[in-house]
Each structure stands twice: as structure tokens, then as C-alpha cells.
Design a protein around this ligand. Sequence first.
Ligand SMILES: NC(=O)c1ccc[n+]([C@@H]2O[C@H](COP(=O)([O-])OP(=O)(O)OC[C@H]3O[C@@H](n4cnc5c(N)ncnc54)[C@H](OP(=O)(O)O)[C@@H]3O)[C@@H](O)[C@H]2O)c1
Length: 296
Amino acid sequence: MRVLLIGAKGLLGQALAATFSTEDLVAVDRDVIDITDKVALQKFCHEVRPEIVVNAAAYNAVDEIEKNDEAAKQAFVINAEAVGYLAKASIENKALLIHFSTDYVFDGAKDSPYIEADHPKPISVYGRSKLGGEEAILRLAEHGLKYYIIRTSRLFGKSSGAGKKTFVDIVLEAAAQKSELQFIDDEIASPTFVSDLAMAVKEMLMSRPAFGVYHRTNDGYCSWYELAKTVLNESGAYSINHATPDRKYINLRPIASKDLPRPARRPAYSVLQSTKLAPLRHWREALREYIISNHL
Ligand SMILES: NC(=O)c1ccc[n+]([C@@H]2O[C@H](COP(=O)([O-])OP(=O)(O)OC[C@H]3O[C@@H](n4cnc5c(N)ncnc54)[C@H](OP(=O)(O)O)[C@@H]3O)[C@@H](O)[C@H]2O)c1
């Protein structure tokens, strides 16, 4: 299977590159091809002639995009317009396009998990830019584009080089330096291990379900506070809110999102339910594996 992976140096991109390394893989990032350059992208895709195009490129700086007009413009170019270019190049090469989207396309007002058919209603500029990417694909689906739009949430995993740190690593670093930590307790979603997501993508390529929108996250859900607490417990190095010998004491407090003002609004509840495919393993099990193999 000839696979063109775009955004290969990002957090998810690195996990996808590892998972697809046994395939005929061309893994690139912005230094090789900038997806916002329509002509260069089209030429590059014609040269590579992929059967599968996996787009893990995105502009994800949620707060920067909200407060800075230039960043917002960039977000729409990368997350929406360029996705249209990729979709067009995929049709021209008869390739299947796999694209990632986010729980932030929903407003969070629902009190049960969002299913694929729920109507998106983003409450941030980032969310609107990602919805723009979904719409660009759906427009070309009417012209024969083969596609999977995969919505996911709260990615964690190992990221080296230019890849960014995720919440799990940020919590462990903060706990090593401080003894008082506080995290938001009223934003609920599903943490997702990038290696599990990458494997789930590979499985979709084997089983080839119908083209469309899919929800792929680890099973279960939690707040940021509960995730932080689980991370600290799993690391085995900290005792939380009560002193224990041989472990560093951490005073861990839940806070409300209104007490941590940030430029962009986040959905209060954005659990994604998969009605089309079997759920992935529980996030606690995936987190344990990640911490054991990277932090112990
Ligand atoms: N992270 C999460 O928690 C999360 C949650 C839900 C959904 N998602 C979705 O999952 C996907 C992967 O996210 P991620 O967290 O892995 O992203 P990431 O770590 O920010 O990686 C994105 C990659 O895309 C590259 N890129 C950006 N603009 C590009 C361009 N114009 N041309 C080519 N490459 C470009 C970036 O390169 P530079 O470093 O040079 O910019 C970076 O290597 C995205 O679609 C995202 O919306 C992520």
C-alpha cells in the first residue's frame, strides 16, 4: 500500500509514521511540502502517486487562533482551504483521503456522547476552521472522493523533535517542580493515545468500512482534573492530597473553567461515541501503557 503521510513530524504524525512503517510509506512535513501551496501540492501528489493520503497536518494553537487575526487566517488556510487542495489531489490520483478532525466541532451543550451524525456547532475559531476542513472534504465526496474523516480528542503520546508536549507530560513535569497543582474539572472528553489511534486507522484500511465520518477515541471519559490525578497515581511517584512515605506530596485541586480565563471557549462536554466501529480500549489502560513505557 503506497501511503503519503502529511504532518509526519507532529504528535499524531509520528505515531502514524511508526505504525505505517511496514507499508510503502512517504512521510513528509512542512519542510518537504507545504499543503497551503496548491500547485506544489498537486505536483507532489502526482509524483508520489499514493493510494492512501493521510493528513495529520493542522494548525492547533487554539488560544492563539482565537485572539490573533493573523493566526485565525492561517488556521482557515491550513485546516480548511488546504484540506480542499488535498481532497482535490486525492480525487485526481484516485487515492483514499484520511483526515483528522476534532471534538471541538461540537458546542458541548449535549449531555450524552456526540455521535457522528450530530450537527457540529463549533464555539471557537479553531473549531470553525476544522469544521471548514470537514466541509471541504464533504463537498468533494459528492464528486467521487473516497474519504474517512476521523474525529478524535485529547491526544497524548510520545513526541520527539519538533513534536509538542501533551497534557500527560506537562502534568508530570509540573509535579516534579511544584507541590500545588490545579486543573479544570468541568470539561469532559476522552483522552486518546496516539498509538491506539494510529492502529485504529490501519485497521480501517484493512476492513474498509463505508466512506464517511468516524469517531475514534479511547473508550471512557474524564475531566482534565481526573486525568491529571490518574497520571500522577499511575506514575507511582506522588501521593495526592495526603502524605505517604517515599512519595512526593501534591496538593491537587479541581477548578472551574470560568476560573481559568483563556481566549478560546472549549466545549464543556465533548465525548465522541463511535456508532459505526467497535470502541478502542479504555483510556486508563492506554495511559498506563504509555506511562510505563515512557516515564517509569
Ligand atoms: N492534539 C490533540 O489533542 C488533538 C485533538 C483532537 C483532534 N486533533 C487533530 O489531530 C490531528 C493531528 O494533531 P496533532 O496534535 O498531531 O498536531 P501537531 O502535533 O500540531 O502536528 C501538526 C503537524 O502539521 C504540520 N503542518 C502544519 N502546517 C502545515 C502545512 N501548511 N503544510 C505541511 N505541514 C504542516 C506541523 O508542522 P509545523 O510544526 O512546521 O507547523 C506539524 O508537524 C489534527 O488534525 C488535529 O486537529 C488533535
